[in-house]
Design a protein around this ligand. Sequence first.
Ligand code: AVI
Length: 319
Amino acid sequence: MQKTDENQNDKFYKEVVEGLGSPQKYLQPKYFYDKTGDVLFQQIMAMPEYYLTRCELDIFKNKTAGLAKAITAPGGAFDLIELGAGDATKSSYLLEYLVEQQTDFTYMPIDISGNILTVLDENLKAKMPQLDIVCLEGEYFDMLGKAAALSPRRKVVMFLGANIGNMELEEAHNFCHDLYRNLNPGDLLFIGFDLKKHPDTILQAYNDKAGITSKFNLNLLTRINRELGGDFNLEDFEHYQMYDPQTGACKSFLVSLREQEVSIGDKTVHFKKDETVFMEISQKFSEAEIALIAEETGFKALQTFTDDKGWFMDAVWEV
Ligand code: AVI
C-alpha cells in the first residue's frame, strides 16, 4: 500500500512538473478530485447553473423504460458495466427498474476508488437486496478485461456524466475505439454527451456566480502545496473560463496575476504576469458530431435519448 502511494505521488509530481514546464502550461483535471475536490464537485453538481447532472438525471428518471428496452432488446442475460460509477445516482433508477422487471443481469461498477465502491455496494444492496452486483476496483480497461474473464455474457458498458467531454477530441476518439476493440459483436456502449446549446448557458455552468468552479480549479494548487511541497499563493491566481461555440470547446484556465516564481519540491516554476495554465476541457457536441464519432470508431449508432430541454444526450451504440 505504502509503495503504491509513493508511486502515485511520484507520478503526480512528474506530471505536474511536466505540465508546468510546457510552453503552454497545463495541469491534468484528473487531479482535481482529492477529498476537498470531491466535495466541491458535489457542490458544482447542485449549482443552479450546472445543468448537466439534472439533465442526465431527467433522462434516467423519466425515460427509464425506454433505456431498459434498449439495453435488454438483444435478449438474454447480460453484464451491465458502469465506468466511473461513483455513487450511481443516475444509474440506480435504471437498476431499480431492471430488478423490478426481474431482468437477468449483473451490475458491475468500475471505479478507481475502492472506498466509493464499498459505499456503493452497501447502499445498493440495502435498497435492492435482489440486485446481483460485482464491484471492480481499478483502471477501466484492466477491469473490462476482468469482467470479460469473469463471465462470457454479453456486455452493456455505461460511460455517463459527460466524462467523455473531459478528453481532447483525439483522446476521446481513441478512448471510444479502445472500448470498441475491448468489446464483442452485439455488446453495447451507453455514453453521455453534453450537447451544444446557447453559449451563455454553457459558459455560466462553468463560470458560476458563487465562484465554486473557481474554488474547484484553485484547489488543485492547494493539493500541489500539500502533497508535493509547493508554495503557490492562491491569491496570485484567478480562474478564467471560455467557450468557443464553433469548436464546442469549453476550457478553464488559471491566470497568474503577477510575475512570480513558485517552488514545487526542488523545482522552481516561473510565471509571467497574465500567463495562463490550461486546466480542463469540457467539450460540447452536436448530434452529427456524436454520430460521426460512433461511425469513425467502429460502432453502429442505434438510439439516442435526450432530456426534456434537449440539452444532454445519452447515445446507445452497438459493436
Ligand atoms: C466531470 N465532468 C463531466 C465535469 C464537466 O462538466 O466537465 C467536470 C467539471 N469541471 C468543472 N465543472 C464541472
